[in-house]
Design a protein around this ligand. Structure first.
Ligand code: FE2
Ligand code: FE2
Length: 170
């Protein structure tokens, strides 16, 4: 988890959370012990759930503009795809042979969404739309909500968000 979030702007914060998520996935892939794997997965699932929440409630609405609208709607659909796999994984036994297959799908979906779509396309547009002060204020808000959501073991709520993509203004 990022510790020096106060110095980061919104885009740097989200990127550092993407790094954390990818790091955790790698650790899970390398974990041979089921108990350790389960523990790392719980951390991963809570982190993905809290990250999605701050994007959907704070970042995407703040980034909504004519230039970003299509990408943002695509993003919430990609979140939906991630949540569906994640909800399956929360319910499935970690030693089930399908579990590792779902981890691969999760990893690929997240890589495409976070690295290609968000960091590659959306963030450069947002950097032109919002100034440094706005991005720093947004980072503060997102950090507070992230920590608040994380406390509530949000992995158990993901299943309730698998019917439809999160609503967006505009
Ligand atoms: Fe996202
Ligand atoms: Fe993200």
């Amino acid at each position: 988890m990022p510790t020096q979030t106060s110095q980061m702007d919104a885009l740097e914060l989200l990127e550092s959370q993407h790094d954390d998520v990818e790091g955790l996935i790698e650790e899970i892939e390398n974990a041979d012990e089921p108990d350790l794997k389960q523990q790392l997965f719980e951390e991963l699932a809570d982190n993905i759930a809290a990250h999605s929440k701050i994007e959907e409630l704070l970042f995407y609405p703040a980034a909504m503009a004519e230039q970003t609208r299509e990408l943002l709607h695509e993003s919430t659909e990609e979140h939906l795809a991630v949540k569906r796999v994640l909800a399956d994984m929360v319910e499935l036994d970690i030693e089930d042979p399908q579990w590792d297959a779902k981890l691969c799908v999760l990893k690929e979906t997240i890589r495409h969404h976070a690295r290609d779509e968000e960091e590659g396309e959306l963030f450069p547009l947002v950097r032109k739309l919002m100034n440094k002060d706005e991005l720093q204020a947004l980072a503060g808000e997102m950090t507070r909500l992230f920590l608040e959501v994380l406390e509530e073991e949000p992995r158990f709520s993901v299943k309730n968000e698998t019917q439809a993509a999160a609503p967006l203004p505009g």
